[in-house]
Design a protein around this ligand. Structure first.
Ligand code: MTE
Ligand code: MO
Length: 234
């Protein structure tokens, strides 16, 4: 396969797109799979839950590559959903009224995972909240019922099973999910700039993460097989 887009520094192509994440999340699954609901709070005039309103937003498709910080990439994934920008301008701004100076968004998943991104990065053209992958509804593996797709950012910012977003002025109260060290969380996490982690240089982080990747992949595969045997993909 020839890449449509140049492969970012330190990445290699992986042949299949498999469920992945930090080890502790391997056995945690979402409980609400039907209709997506997003709790919006933080430095806003009105905290609220957006559910049915999401149906109003226009849907579109994008094809993009997906890059995990542990160095594997999958190419040409076709996502369908609505844009974060539409979500923000048509629902969050008028209904929740973020305060002046809101600069960060803490995104939460139903499995307890959380990550933090800059609002300006989320408002980029290609950032979407996806409901489908390659023509199928998102399965349990890839973030059902709704996941963030931010192709310019490492996988660990592309939150699955999204359940909440806090719009905040200051990110100091946010911490990378325990028991993982905070250095794993780069405040931006952009792929092209190779913003993998804090404090440590990429010549150190790349081989370290490559070493940890197979066991995280295995844990996720085994837990998924067990889950699917019990519940199926719905
Ligand atoms: N809710 C949630 N989102 C998550 C994770 C997770 O464990 N839980 N893992 C992240 C990481 S590290 C990666 S690489 C991608 C993997 O996405 P996939 O399971 O669709 O391959 O999801 C990201 N989003
Ligand atoms: Mo990742």
């Amino acid at each position: 396969m020839t890449a449509q887009r140049p492969l970012p520094p330190g990445q290699h192509v992986f042949p299949s797109f498999d469920r992945f994440g930090l080890g502790v999340y391997a056995k945690r699954f979402p409980t609400r799979l039907d209709d997506a609901e997003i709790r919006v709070d933080g430095d806003v005039a009105q905290s609220l839950i957006l559910g049915q309103q999401l149906e109003q937003l226009p849907r579109y498709e994008q094809v993009s590559d997906f890059h995990c910080v542990t160095t594997w990439s999958v190419l040409d994934q076709r996502w369908r959903g609505f844009s974060f920008r539409d979500f923000y301008h048509h629902l969050v701004e008028p209904l929740a009224e973020p305060q002046e100076g809101v600069k960060y968004v803490v995104l939460r998943g139903q499995d307890g995972y959380a990550c933090c991104m800059e609002l300006a990065d989320l408002l980029a053209d290609n950032v979407m909240l996806a409901e489908q992958l390659n023509g199928e509804p998102l399965g349990i593996a890839h973030g059902a019922p709704l996941r963030l797709v931010a192709p310019a950012h490492y996988g660990y910012k592309n939150i699955k099973h999204i359940s909440g977003m806090s719009f905040v002025r200051d990110r100091s109260r946010y911490r990378f999910p325990l028991p993982y060290p905070n250095f794993m969380d780069h405040p931006r996490g952009r792929v092209a700039q190779e913003e993998r982690a804090k404090l440590f240089p990429n010549w150190f982080i790349r081989p370290l993460y490559k070493l940890l990747m197979p066991s995280a992949r295995n844990q996720h595969r085994k837990a998924l097989e067990k889950y699917l045997a019990l519940h199926g993909d719905k």
